[in-house]
Every structure is written in structure tokens, then in C-alpha cells.
Design a protein around this ligand. Sequence first.
Ligand SMILES: [Zn+2]
Length: 391
Amino acid sequence: MNDVREDFLSGQTPNTPSASAAQELQDTLLPASAPHPALMRRLQEYLLEPGAPNVRLHPKWLANNLNVDERELLGALAYGVRDGLVEMHWEVYCPMCGGGSGDIGSLRHARGSIECVGCQASFDLHLDRDVRVTFSASERLRRERGDEEVPLTADGDAELATRGLDLLLVPAFWELFSGEAPAADESLRIGRVAILFTDLRGSTAIYAERGDPRAYRLVRDHFAILADAIERNNGALVKTIGDAVMATFASGGDAVCAAFESQAELCARAADMGGELVLKAGVHAGACLAVKLNDRLDFFGGAVNTAARVQGLSRGNDVVVTNEVIADIEAKQNGQERRFQIENSFDAQLRGLSETVRVHRLVAATGSEVARAASIRRSVGSRLLKLIKRM
Ligand SMILES: [Zn+2]
């Protein structure tokens, strides 16, 4: 288990039985985010409407037009690609001249280094800065509509654009296209993404005390709780490594909320899950690379390692974050009820990093749902303990 973690951190996740078992678990047991059939029907009806734009559709524009949530629509579009309703385009824009610099049909064909067709500048492709995702009706649907191609003229407006990274934050994309990774010798830059790592405290003891089948069920239930909280907070579960989970978000605030909500639910459900699972969590935001590992799309780089190490500082039922995440949280909590607070801040020496990193231990704000759930858990926990002692 620790070996797997170490290999993972060194970027050489091996195809060990435990790594592939974890992958299998993720593929088969986590709740699927398949869109509502009604949304799929609505999408198909729209694409067959004569005269309606059906080429180079911006997801945000289409979401407004169909009056649906953009993220839900992105999920539906991912399934639409699978089912042959739409084609997906990764359009590259030059950061120097702003001009369009081609369309990569799939991440498989993406190159990390690009030469602009307009200004001939060379640049490293950033999935959040330079790539915008659009969709077109599939050839089949275009034929059905009478070979009609109506491009969406509303622009390359960057405001309207769905970034390449945004698609990587949609669970449906991971379910369907995580095999569509850059070539083995390519890596695509991401300027900034928030990365959440979680792990179960004392999981070795859980397996020892409860036996493998019961422990496995508990761990599986905990993955489902995490997957729901990650999805609810606009993130994507990238992978599980043993009992650990890695997820990515556009904002560190969302990542922290997903962690606290998972902890609260694990506390609240301790009794009906048949035991208390204490979740450790760490969040860091920074630059990383989208790469291919084990034939799957994955994230790699310093920010990933830092997030994993920061998680190691968590004691459980807290979330340890870096300075980069604090700014996100302040933006998110602005004007809202304060759901968590900084318990303490300290400089940590993280293994593999030469300089210390300023980290902050966040705990649920007094009176918040997390704190309430934690206090319920404490009373349930002590009752359970009494029961166990009597048995
Ligand atoms: Zn250019």
C-alpha cells in the first residue's frame, strides 16, 4: 500500500495488483454520472432543429440556450460524443497573437509544444490557457437535418469559452475518455488546478479489526460518499490509490468543501455504516501536467506531489491547505456563512521539497454542519464504544 503510494508519487505507478484493483473499484463501483435521459433527448432534438447553430457550439452558449446547467450539459455532451450525437473539438488559441491555431480532435493527438500558424511563435500548450472546447453535431445528425451546417458565429470570446481543463473537471469525461490521454512522450501543461488528496486514518487497523470483506465494504461506501461530494462541488475524481482518493477542481474552495462535506457525512453515517471512518484531507493548487500513466489520463508534477504530502499532515476531520488555497477559500466564503476556520498555521518541511511550505489546518467552523455532525458522531461513537465493551 505504501509502496504503491510512493511509486505513485514518483510518477511510476506500477501495474501492481493493488493499483489495478483500485482502478477496477473506481471504474465499476463509483456512482456513474450518466446524464438524465431527458437531457440527452433535449440535446438530440436541438441538434435536429432546422436553422439552429449545430457547428462549433460553445457549451456555455448551448447551456443558456437549452436553459440547463453548464456542467450537466458538459456531462451530456461527453455521452453525446460516445453515442455519436456530437463531435468534440479541442481548439487551440495562440497566447501571443490570440489567433486560432488548429483543432486537436482528441487529447491523443495533442502536442505539448505548438507553433502558431498565424505568428509562428512557439508555445507550450496549456489546457487552461490555450485550449477551448466546442462541439458540433455529428455527421449522422447533420445528414438527418439535410446536410445543414450552421456554425455558431458568436466568436472566440474567451469569456464564453469552456477551457480544455474544464472538461477534465467533469466526471463523465473521466468515465468515458480517461483512455484518451496524450501520447506517452507528450505532456500538456495546466497552469493552475486545485488538487485534493484524501486518505483514511488508521485503515490498516480497520482491515485488521473487521476483516477484509467488511473493511472493503466500508471503504467502498466511503469512496461513494467522496465521489458524491466531489461531484457536488464541481470536481472530478481522478483516481483511487489504495484507500486514498485524488480529485481535481477549478477552485481550492470547492476542493475544501468537498473534503469537509465528506468528513461530515462519514461522521453522520458512522452508526449505519457500522463504524467510524476518519478522513484525512489535503489541498494544494498549482501547475501540473496532463500525461498518460497506465494507459490513462493522469495528472503529474510538483503540485500533485505537494498536495499528496500536505494530506499527510492532516490528522483527520481537518483539511490541511497551502497558501495558494487560502485565497480561493476567501473568494468562495465571501459573504457566505463561514463553514470552516483556520485552527493553526505552520511551516512544514515536506519530503522531496527543499523549501518549507506554509500550511494551514482548517477545521469546521463552530456551529457549521460539519461541526454538528462531528459532535453527533462523538456521542454516537461513545455509545457504540459502550455497546462494544458490553458485548
Ligand atoms: Zn500566434
